[in-house]
Design a protein around this ligand. Structure first.
Ligand code: SAH
Length: 455
């Protein structure tokens, strides 16, 4: 049977896509259906037909899945940021674990998977320490903060995202009332006119320090003194800045910022390590689970104090400094110069002298250090972006022959591919730990320990 656009079809949802769409089949034809959950039986309207699969819209829920729960946020559906909020939290965890297990089997070729129970959160909301709200106009033309509705230029007001800190709302209300009071225009995406584009808010969960950064379409901000006067009344306010961004693309932040109140950075701690964070630096968004992740990485690294460790894709040195607590020497490698500058500063802040950082691509820097300085590692930790490490780097790592490789991954598919490669070069899969860094979303982090097989 062939389906056409607008056909009404009955499907059983059996799986979920990476984007959080329910996957159902009817007559062997696969359909992706938004707003459905594994286990739903639903009547759906086909919206797009492709050769091997199609997309459909939920028309009627015939029999709701036992995995369902009422979303805590009233805007979960239109916002779309929390793809899994309709699923009970323990089921979200089970699904993530299963996804990692399936990828390791299918793409990694592993049959025995030494997986430890996923580390979930006790309270899987309000975990984010960073929020970025677009500022614009609602349907009535009032300045507002929220999220863009579908592919439009209007903003649905939403000042209290349930993943973020409760104080965000007060901060946004303060900024919006200042804008109304002094007739400060919001940015209009459609025309590129107006001034205030985004508000970035960061919270140091362990210190209570707050950072606010206004991204503006221009260089100067009128009435900035009045803005600071209002914001500084909020307890914890430690840093207010403006960040010019006059580009027309969808990159949120500009390249530089100017502090207009307090300090240019705030401080946060993960375990015993302190980090100084600027509006432009990368920092993990879920500090509680980051601690779990790093603790696992540190445990898997099995350090005794004698080891030389490489931390590849080190960002601002977060993992490096964690490892440095138990290693003889840590070398971090990172492609973004500013992140490396932050890493060096963070090392000084923590009085860590045996961590050294290099700017460059891991796949270029590591072979060079190995060939030119005979630098080799006892333990290698990698934490690459979604595309994974890739063969050239893995080959050098295998040649260098460290005892252990600890792989921290945000993409189980590229993780599985890379582990398969390492297995063919003398390493064996020892331990696998999933960590739920992003509850309510489809993302999952995994830490894996690989050990060199003794000849
Ligand atoms: N380990 C850090 C950051 C991990 S995010 C933490 O836990 O905070 C991945 C990092 O890899 C980013 O900082 C990104 O800039 C960096 N990166 C991307 N490609 C790279 C490459 N080819 N070589 C080195 N670093 C790279």
């Amino acid at each position: 049977m062939t389906f056409k656009k607008n056909d009404l079809v009955e499907v059983q949802i059996e799986d979920m896509s990476q984007a959080g769409l329910g996957i159902g089949r009817a007559d062997g034809y696969t359909m992706f259906v938004k707003d459905t959950v594994i286990g739903d039986q639903a009547s759906v309207r086909i919206t797009k037909v492709k050769k091997n699969y199609g997309f459909a819209r939920l028309e009627k829920l015939l029999s709701p899945s036992a995995l369902r729960t009422a979303p805590a946020c009233p805007l979960a559906r239109p916002c779309g940021g929390c793809q899994l909020q309709m699923m009970k939290y323990e089921e979200q965890l089970r699904w993530k674990e299963q996804k990692v297990r399936n990828d390791l089997r299918r793409l990694g070729g592993f049959s025995e998977i030494p997986m430890e129970p996923i580390l979930g959160m006790e309270h899987p909301f309000r975990y984010r320490n960073k929020a970025q709200y677009p500022i614009g106009y609602d349907k009535e033309g009032n300045v507002t903060a929220g999220f863009y509705a579908g592919r439009t230029h209007t903003i649905i007001p939403a000042e209290d995202c349930l993943l973020g800190a409760p104080v965000n709302r007060e901060i946004l209300e303060t900024i919006l009332s200042w804008m109304r009071c002094y007739h400060i225009p919001a940015y209009r995406e459609s025309s590129g006119e107006g001034l205030v584009r985004h508000v970035l808010i960061r919270t140091g969960f362990t210190t209570g320090e707050l950072m606010v950064c206004l991204v503006i379409n221009g260089q100067s901000l009128p009435r900035e003194r009045e803005l600071c006067e209002r914001l500084r009344r909020i307890p914890g306010m430690a840093s207010v800045s403006v960040c010019p961004n006059t580009r027309r693309d969808n990159v949120i932040m500009g390249d530089s910022f100017r502090t207009i109140f307090g300090s240019s950075t705030i401080t946060d701690r993960i375990g015993r390590v302190q980090y100084r964070i600027s509006p432009l630096s990368f920092y993990q968004v879920n500090p509680l689970q980051t601690k779990q992740l790093y603790r696992t990485a540190l445990e898997y690294a099995g350090l005794t104090g004698q080891e030389t460790v490489f931390d590849l894709y080190c960002g601002i040195g977060t993992i490096s400094l964690f490892l440095a607590q138990k290693a003889k020497k840590v070398y971090g490698v990172e492609i973004i110069p500013q992140a490396v500058a932050d890493a060096r500063e963070n090392a000084v802040l923590n009085q860590i002298e045996h961590a050294e950082f290099f700017v460059g691509k891991a796949e270029e820097v590591v072979p060079r250090l190995y060939a030119e300085q005979q630098l080799r590692a006892d333990v290698v930790v990698v934490d690459p972006p979604r595309k994974g490490c890739g063969e050239p780097l893995l080959k050098t790592i295998a040649d260098m022959s460290p005892e252990r490789v600890v792989y921290v991954s945000c993409d189980p598919a590229t993780l599985s591919r890379d582990l398969k490669f390492l297995c063919a070069r003398g390493y064996a899969l020892q331990r696998v730990q999933c960590v739920d860094m992003f509850p309510q979303t489809v993302h999952v982090e995994t830490v894996v320990l690989m050990s060199r097989v003794k000849e």
